[in-house]
Design a protein. Sequence first.
Length: 438
Amino acid sequence: MRSSFRERRVYPRTSMVLPVEFFAGGYGRSKLLDESIRCESLDLSVGGVRLVAETPLKQASEEVFGLRINLPPCYSSDPRKALPIDMKGKVRWSTATAGGKKHVYGIEFLDLDSGNKPVLNKVIVSELERALREKSRSLTKPLLDIKREVHACNMYAADLSVGCQHDCIYCHFAEHRKAEWLKQAPEMDTFPVPVDLSPLYSMKEYPSSVVYLSPSSDAFAPGNRDAAHELLSNLLPKGVTFTISTKNLIPDRTLALLKKYSRQIEGVAMGVANLDEERNSILEPGCPSAGKRLEGARRFMEIGCGVSVRMDPIFPGIDDDPESMKKVVKAVYDTGIRHISGTYLFTFGSVFREMSRHPYLKGSMKGLTAKSYPIGGKALSVPKETKRRTYALLNEICKSYGMVFMTCGCKDTELKDEGYSLICRNMDYYDGKGNTVS
């Protein structure tokens, strides 16, 4: 249907992929419709949204219906305060494209309240600013850019290189950033490329919440360690808080710096998904052994930082064998670390195609049969029920050792109230109980 309604671009708008749920009548007062539907949101604004769905929306015929846009649980400085945005909506127009395979709807928001409106607007403006920075980036050398990154739970984030020395076979983030940079500098043929840190010394304002190191590379890959130390030694004294994820070892001088400012380290996550070194040498060829990584994680505990181990990504048929998972949990327990987060592989595009051709991964890739909608994009992953079974088992294994299991609710947006935390960050940091990941 097409009405005479003409959209006016009164509000800033952007395109994001966010889970959307629908209710008959009004949210919270009637049954949920199309609970499993996930729509691609285009031209998202505080006034409305254009949704693209693979199946027709039942509620398109409703005069008014309730809808909920599920922002990730990490959109605020305290991740627990991030809430779904509920409102009433009305379909103003609809059409079918691609031979009826896609259904497009123009939806007007009718009662976005004063509390939710600034939250949604902040998300939109942040995404627009990020796109503008990417467009205006120097064509000769990448510049340090501390920005909100939707793929990193919408935290402030910083990469210290374009590309990553670890060469993890599954890392679509590094490949995507390289591809984006090649559009601006097609003559570039050597990666990784270190960023220019000069913007660090002209900053007039500093991030108001935690900064994540790093979304598309590893801040402590050998070529990034000096830059990471320079960044931290400049911003920690200015009161900036950091959360760190790495698969490598951190030099002694940086450990000493982190010890001095341990109250500004939200948490440190060390990536170890499997103890099998054949597996690790194939999938993570530039990383140290699992044993060395776990020893490095233990050193963070000794300087007063909250530490967890990330079993991420979990490859189906390789990393989700119960005995393999038990060995990882036991090894983590032996270090004194008491917190583990685990997330199945999400992948797409050329990275998925390359892995599907790899002899070691052909069988595993056949397990990626479900379309998934992690915050900020679309990908293939294992079915939701597979995740539920594996995460439930990991949770039980961790409990048997008196440990805590978590997963990332920003990636697994379909999981709800599963009996374990869907926030893979250090919540005790916000409770004032000390830097112990919880």
